[in-house]
Design a protein around this ligand. Structure first.
Ligand code: SF4
Ligand code: SF4
Length: 377
């Protein structure tokens, strides 16, 4: 289709697919284009935030039908990384628009087939618990919630159970009842917006008080539904935490193995970071993990540290080739910097980088920030 600029004034007829205040905010300035990974890959306007908002407006007015191929392709090609939000002078909440877009388009037969089993797996707390039964994560079945609770995550408790164990090793005051379900982010990002919100509210009821998460994507979704005051990301919470009464330092590395800042070591580790998109772009948390890493070793800022690694929730499953294209420059940079360790703050990024590093045969280890602080490196 040809690209046309559609302004809010061109929207006399609305189909109520999108919230008007969200859709009307874009002023088509184009400041977001350089920040968009899919625009960087293609140079095509319709694969940019501004181009996609124009497609949404065309859908809203009925200029384009639901089964328009470009509308469908772009709803799926977008990573949902929200890198377009912090650079937008008009405050467009692109992530919320994308959720509404997919909620409309992906309800039913247009939902990518490979997302359906993922949604089914995390849709009920009993299934989530069953998934984690075979792995020794930090959750305890009969443990009651406390004032501060650790969210175990669905896939994280299965794929990377050491993350919650290490978070708890560092901060034993975190309660971790295993009777907790999914946060609903996967649903909200894949066409089941109301179910995603419902799951977040259920999790909020199961974990009253403050919820500490070790996964940026889950944390941003939970904060969006429950309010930012209820949710803390592990690095953020760890930095703000009062030092324990026993006099131990709040620096987890020193607690863990005495290898923190100031400790003589044969060679300081060269450590990079892969930001979590939703943690950085949605919650504005990016300084904290860098500060913590710098206590452990030599922090190396990679040029693409803030850019999406291509994991993007279910993206690596739905669009594996595009996901690998997005990942490639990250792997180039990790190799060029000859990192000892690349740190992640989200389970999806963990898997994406671990697979990429292995495929390339790089020597760099991928670890979660909680594992790094606990001395697992
Ligand atoms: S920067 Fe914001 S207002 Fe400008 S085109 Fe992008 S989304 Fe629209
Ligand atoms: S969410 Fe990411 S991929 Fe999608 S339009 Fe925004 S910057 Fe581009």
């Amino acid at each position: 289709m040809s690209t046309v600029d559609i302004t809010p004034h061109d929207l006399p007829e609305r189909r109520s697919v999108f919230t008007p205040e969200l859709l009307d905010r874009c002023i088509s300035c184009g400041f977001c284009l350089p920040a968009c990974p899919t625009y960087a890959l293609t140079g095509v306007e319709t694969s940019s935030p501004r181009g996609r908002i124009n497609l949404m407006r065309a859908l809203e007015t009925g200029v384009l039908p639901d089964d328009d191929p470009t509308v469908n392709e772009e709803s799926s090609f977008c990573l949902g990384c929200r890198a377009c939000e912090p650079v937008c002078p008009a405050g467009v909440q692109y992530g919320a628009l994308l959720e509404e877009w997919r909620d409309h388009l992906w309800n039913g037969r247009r939902r990518p087939w490979n997302v359906k089993p993922l949604l089914w797996a995390v849709d009920s707390p009993s299934r989530v618990r069953a998934m984690g039964i075979v792995r020794r994560h930090a959750g305890r079945s009969r443990e009651a919630p406390g004032p501060v609770n650790l969210m175990l995550g669905c896939f994280e408790r299965v794929l990377y159970p050491r993350v919650s164990r290490d978070a708890r090793k560092l901060a034993p005051e975190l309660a971790a009842p295993s009777a907790q379900g999914c946060c609903g982010a996967l649903h909200a990002h894949n066409g089941e917006l109301e179910r995603g919100r419902e799951l977040a509210r259920d999790l909020g009821a199961a974990l009253p008080g403050t919820i500490v998460t070790t996964s940026g994507g889950c944390g941003a979704h939970l904060a969006g539904v429950l309010g930012a005051a209820r949710v803390q990301q592990f690095p953020q919470w760890w930095l703000a935490r009062e030092p324990p009464a026993d006099g131990a330092t709040a620096d987890g590395a020193a607690v863990a193995d005495g290898a923190g800042a100031g400790t003589p070591a044969a060679r300081r580790l060269r450590i990079g970071l892969q930001d979590s998109c939703h943690l950085r772009n949605g919650l504005g948390v990016w300084r904290e993990p860098r500060e913590l890493i710098a206590r452990i070793g030599e922090y190396v800022e990679l040029p693409s540290a803030a850019a999406c690694c291509g994991a993007a929730g279910s993206y690596s499953v739905v669009r594996p080739k595009d996901s690998a294209r997005v990942l490639d420059p990250h792997l180039d940079e990790i190799a060029a910097a000859d990192l000892d360790v690349i740190v992640v703050v989200n389970a999806g990024c963990y898997r994406q980088l671990q697979q990429g590093v292995k495929r390339r045969g790089l020597r760099t280890r991928v670890v979660h920030i909680a594992e790094l602080l606990a001395g697992e490196r």
